[in-house]
Ligand binder design. Structure first.
Ligand SMILES: CC(C)(COP(=O)(O)OP(=O)(O)OC[C@H]1O[C@@H](n2cnc3c(N)ncnc32)[C@H](O)[C@@H]1OP(=O)(O)O)[C@@H](O)C(=O)NCCC(=O)NCCS
Length: 168
């Protein structure tokens, strides 16, 4: 089951998000340490605002248990209101390979199409993340640039590949 998360999902969302940051640190621009201390009510408030549609997190539930998440955030700047950014795509390892990542991204794309004026979806991925890259390519995202050394942690660097999907 794929659905937008709301305030009641805050604890489950935070647990899965932190698990992703801990288990797949190379996949995300953020870190476990930065997010572990975010108060639950802050997360709940953000998920509640998501109901308005422009800053939304979709979840994949398996028997009522949250096993996957992906976010969509519309740019707030007047000249960039036609863009929305996909962030935080994560499916728990035990739920992978069953189409949930694809279903989450398809739901985000379908949702973006309902937002008047949104024309482009963007996202960033570490180029050697084959699973995520091929998911994005399968759903029509096109690579438009490679940012060298976009991330740095403890002396290690990662490139970032930028991709976009133009909504018809
Ligand atoms: C990327 C991720 C979300 C995919 O989730 P998933 O539920 O396993 O993906 P799906 O089962 O829906 O697969 C969809 C497509 O993804 C690609 N894919 C998924 N796993 C793959 C793998 N191990 N190797 C290559 N391609 C893979 C395939 O293109 C697949 O299409 P197909 O079903 O037609 O073969 C998951 O591996 C994950 O959470 N990884 C860790 C976090 C991460 O990398 N997030 C992305 C940050 S940019």
């Amino acid at each position: 089951m794929i659905r937008p998360l709301d305030a009641a999902d805050a604890a489950a969302f935070q647990a899965l998000r932190l698990r992703g940051l801990r288990e797949s640190p190379e996949a995300f621009g953020s870190t476990y340490e930065e997010e572990a201390g975010i108060p639950l009510d802050e997360i709940a408030a953000r998920l509640a605002r998501g109901a308005e549609g422009e800053d939304v997190v979709f979840g994949a539930l398996d028997d009522g248990v949250l096993v996957g998440v992906a976010g969509l955030r519309r740019d707030r700047h007047r000249k960039a209101r036609h863009r929305a950014h996909v962030w935080g795509m994560y499916v728990a390892p035990e739920a992978r390979g069953r189409g949930l990542g694809r279903a989450l991204l398809e739901s985000l794309i379908a949702h973006a199409r309902t937002l008047p004026g949104v024309e482009r979806l963007t996202l960033s991925v570490v180029p050697d993340n084959q699973a995520a890259r091929s998911l994005y390519l399968h759903l029509g995202f096109v690579s438009y640039g490679l940012e060298p050394r976009a991330y740095r942690l403890d002396g290690e660097y990662w490139d970032s590949e930028h991709m976009a999907l133009v909504l018809a």
